[in-house]
Ligand binder design. Structure first.
Ligand code: ABU
Length: 497
């Protein structure tokens, strides 16, 4: 019975403990497999919600002074999954990143076993080559003829890499001289509906959040290029120095795609860096039916694209691509000679660590590469098309009941379906500010009921002048028409009153 053993009875502490180690890991793998099985069981709950104080009561979280035996360690593993939200459940529609792709999970398991750092070819030879091949493939899909790419810890950091490169391209002396190298106050532009990470980049880079200038959007949430042009001129007239525009391909809430050709035209006119934040929408590039939404992306200088979103790769997997090769290293290189020796016994151009602002870099490539091998481009195209088919079905079903579901946008550009659920008592109320206020109050209450019931999860938020509304996200391959039918019935069951 391995339960009575301790960590010291396993490898590497006991060199003869291969069978015990195998048994322990097999039991952990069984727990993981059981979690996956129940994730896809539509009769299972998505979550067993507890308030934080209650959860602290039922979990044993303290770090002990003395070792615990493997029985307890296995109980800890089981409990951790017991109270975890099943983000791969077909009725979890809460987040842009969800779903459990089994092949990607296999890649993640083996990534953990390999436990390496991606900064040098020296210690990650296979994964570095995988990264090169996969990033080149993504650049080909984007339409870049050359370039460079890197995987970063999340879309926000990918966007930061793009902004750093943009500033470096225009002001290469900034790296050494800092603010003294700048002719004035730098500013960058993005849409009012863009991701908040652009604001974070402006703060982190020392521009100040006032120098992230937000461009108005149209009724679908797309940047208005004429407004971009006007705001650039306005900033210049005030003595500011524009250096970058970030268009969004798939805004976080409404899923809107900014018009990339028109934005590219403005960038060319003013000689500004053109970045596309396609963290969410980038996956449409893999579908012949959908990729027209990103026409013009090939004219960009850089693009963020998160395979952990529409492509369903396990968290986290974010990529940023540059049309110009050599810029990443020129911008970020610090030449730490204890790590990036130039006289290593292989071509050191394969070392990636000096291209990035971090030092240690997690292996996020294996789970992407393995999934892509298993699906091929063809499988990914079907994958993306399925998500959009499910979205169209949901919108069609909601339109059949306009009294119950009020759509913010009845032709979503991505798989975000934004709507208000209207409870019975508000259905006959006259439209106006009072009804609007009540509708905004109802959605969080309904969300609370979903979480308590554990049967459904959908996110909500306000936007501009709109009160709270639901944002339903379909980015999991597990979602079927029956889940959408269930979701509509469940909203009614939980929210009718
Ligand atoms: N990186 C933004 C993701 C936000 C969301 O999942 O809703």
């Amino acid at each position: 019975d391995i339960g009575t053993l301790y960590y010291t009875d396993l490898l590497p502490f006991t060199v003869t403990a291969a069978p015990e180690t195998r048994e322990f890991l097999a039991r952990v793998a069984d727990l993981s497999i059981e979690f996956i099985r129940s994730t896809f069981d539509r009769n299972s709950k998505i979550l067993d919600f507890h308030q934080p104080e209650q959860l602290k009561e039922v979990l044993e979280l303290d770090i002990p002074a003395k070792p615990l035996n493997l029985d307890q360690i296995l109980v800890d593993c089981k409990d951790a999954l017991k109270y975890q939200v099943k983000t791969g459940h077909p009725r979890f529609m809460n987040q842009l990143s969800c779903g459990t792709e089994v092949v990607s999970l296999a890649g993640e398991w083996l990534t953990a076993a390999a436990n390496t750092n991606m900064f040098t070819y020296e210690i990650a030879p296979v994964f570095i080559l995988m990264e090169q091949v996969t990033m080149k493939h993504m650049r080909d899909v984007i339409g870049y003829k050359a370039g460079d790419s890197i995987l970063a810890p999340g879309g926000s950091v990918s966007n930061l890499y793009a902004a750093l490169a943009a500033r470096h391209k225009m002001f290469p002396d900034y790296k050494k001289k800092g603010l003294l190298a700048l002719p004035g106050e730098l500013c960058m532009f993005t849409s009012l509906h863009s991701h908040y990470s652009l604001m974070g980049a402006a703060a982190a880079m020392g521009l100040g959040t006032d120098n992230l200038i937000e461009v108005p959007v149209d009724e679908k949430g797309r940047m208005i290029p004429a407004e971009l042009d006007r705001l650039i001129q306005d900033a210049k007239s005030k003595g500011k120095v524009p250096f970058m525009v970030c268009a969004t391909a798939g805004t976080t809430v409404m899923g809107a795609f900014d018009p990339l050709h028109a934005v590219a035209d403005v960038c060319e006119k003013y000689k500004l860096w053109f970045h596309v934040d396609a963290a969410w929408g980038g996956g449409v590039l893999l579908s012949k039916n959908q990729r027209h939404k990103m026409d013009g992306v090939e004219r960009s200088n850089s693009i963020t694209w998160n395979p952990h979103k529409l492509m369903g790769v396990l968290l986290q997997c974010s990529t940023v691509h540059f049309q110009e090769d050599g810029l990443l290293i020129s911008c970020n290189q610090m030449c730490a000679d204890y790590l990036f020796q130039q006289d290593k016994p292989y071509d050191v151009n394969y070392d990636t660590g000096d291209k990035v602002i971090q030092c240690g870099r997690h292996n996020d490539i294996f789970k992407l590469w393995l999934l892509w091998r298993s699906k091929g481009d063809e499988g990914f195209e079907k994958h993306i098309d399925h998500l959009f088919e499910m979205t169209s079905y949901m919108v069609m079903r909601m339109k059949q009941h306009p009294d119950k579901y009020e759509l913010l946008n009845d032709e979503p550009e991505c798989t975000n379906v934004c709507f208000w659920y209207v409870p019975y008592r508000l259905r006959s109320m006259k439209p106006g500010p009072d009804r609007c206020k009540l509708l905004g109050e109802v959605q969080p209450i309904l969300k609370g009921r979903m979480m308590t019931a554990g049967t459904l999860m959908i996110g909500y938020q306000p936007l501009d002048h709109h009160p709270n509304f639901f944002r339903n996200i379909i980015s999991s391959q597990a979602v079927r028409r029956e889940d959408i039918d269930f979701m509509l019935e469940e909203l009614d069951r939980l929210g009718y009153d």
